[in-house]
Design a protein. Structure first.
Length: 186
């Protein structure tokens, strides 16, 4: 994060409380993720948002025109408050903190999964169910292709790494039988 996690947490928690009161916790997560995507993918929006020389009123007008028809009033007001308070440069970090907080409220955990090749939707669902059973929470999978693991899966969830990769199994075998040169690079 670009600044103290306390600041992000405060903004995120305040926004999440408002969203919960209005029954918009999921909606806001989706909208804020879309805003973060737009900032990354549309350089014009990022230029307007992050320009220290552009007057706040001008930024507000441009942002409102660009986002008003795409997001709820609560999301738009959140963005405009950040602009008014000159916190727009922290928006992506605050959004990440909000999504993390909202996930915790909804009992959802993120699992980053590395596989050697794409897995089928059936395999993905089976993995999601196993991980949900393991951690007692709903699991959102983020799957990444990593051919270097050769096969199997590596899962990072809640600060825990579960390594079921072929590469690790071969390395363990090579460590157990040092004279067996399996050909793995250190």
């Amino acid at each position: 994060m670009k600044y103290t996690p306390t600041v992000a947490r405060r903004y995120a928690e305040a926004l999440a409380q408002l969203a919960q009161e209005q029954g918009l916790l999921d909606t806001l997560s989706n909208e804020l993720n879309m805003i973060a995507y737009l900032i990354k993918s549309q350089s014009e929006l990022a230029t307007v948002l992050y320009s220290p020389h552009m007057p706040v009123k001008t930024k507000e007008k441009i942002i409102a025109a660009a986002l008003a028809h795409r997001i709820s009033p609560l999301s738009l007001n959140f963005v405009l408050v950040l602009v008014r308070k000159r916190r727009e440069q922290y928006m992506e970090d605050i959004i990440a903190a909000y999504v993390h907080y909202a996930d915790a409220v909804r009992n959802i955990v993120q699992a980053d999964v590395r596989v050697a090749r794409p897995i089928s939707p059936t395999q993905e669902e089976a993995l999601r169910q196993q991980l949900a059973k393991y951690c007692g929470k709903q699991v959102r999978l983020e799957t990444h292709i990593d051919p270097s693991i050769l096969g199997g899966v590596i899962v990072q969830i809640g600060g825990i790494t579960i390594d079921g990769s072929v590469t690790t199994r071969l390395r363990q075998l090579q460590d157990a039988v040092p004279e067996a040169n399996i050909g793995l690079q250190e």
